[in-house]
Design a protein around this ligand. Sequence first.
Ligand code: 5RP
Length: 292
Amino acid sequence: MADLDGLKVSKDYHVDVPFANQTGFFLKGSNSLDWGMKSHLSRIFNPKSGNTVMFAFDHGYFMGSTAGLERLDLLLPQLAPYVDCFMGTRGALRTCVPPELVKSVALRVTSGSSMLQEDLSHEVVAVDIEDAVRMNADCMAVQTFIGAGGQLSSIDNLSRVINAGIRYSVPTMGVCAVGKDMARTDRFFKLATRIIAEMGVQIVKSYDCENFEEVAAACPVPIVVAGGKKLPEKEALELAYGVMQKGAHGVDMGRNIFQSAHPVAMAKAVSKIVHDGYTVKEAWELFQEESR
Ligand code: 5RP
């Protein structure tokens, strides 16, 4: 193991210089992948904009019935036209998403904790690769706890899923989890997102933070940003706009869409920011019009 004494602070992020190893395929870090992986990634990320709007509704896997997600069967068909990817559990997808909706799917494959516990960082791989393939999953989402009690098992989970994904050409999305006691600093996210990327995932899901542009620049695969706790709609649009300006390749938004009084209007406004370069003002005006 490298000697940790006298570590130098990283500083040369070259945030204004585009990612260098980029000829041949539109998506960051995906040049050397095979056809199947690229095909899945092209379903998640719009090849024109290079970005994605994922709709996260996997909260039930540890929170049970969640405000705004009580009736997935009613909500998901309404949102489908305005998002690129559904991120959920196999139970929710199989029971509540008509397959003819033809959305790309980010399938959560780890679980094992519930909100009744103090430490949520101990999970297992609960869905095997054959079932992910049967569900035509476009990527498998693995909750990854860096710096928490469950770090070792979650890295073990992540490695198993990545290895299986490589065998069957199904991408893996490493979800950077933030434990209750962890500060959401750029230092933490630079560490965690880079560890997850170097494990071999094709997508990282993380959070906005100070110096997010450096986090994104130092991560060799696309980062999609979680929405996090419910904010007033305009602030959520500012969050989406800000991270897109700073190098995110999309958002994976849950509560800021499904807990809005107008989830469809919110999905449309976020999508315009992510794919069409709308400013916050333009997206906010669209949201207001659509929610009348
Ligand atoms: C947590 C997740 C959620 O999908 C993620 O937090 C996105 O939802 P929200 O935008 O509500 O935070 O991966 O395990």
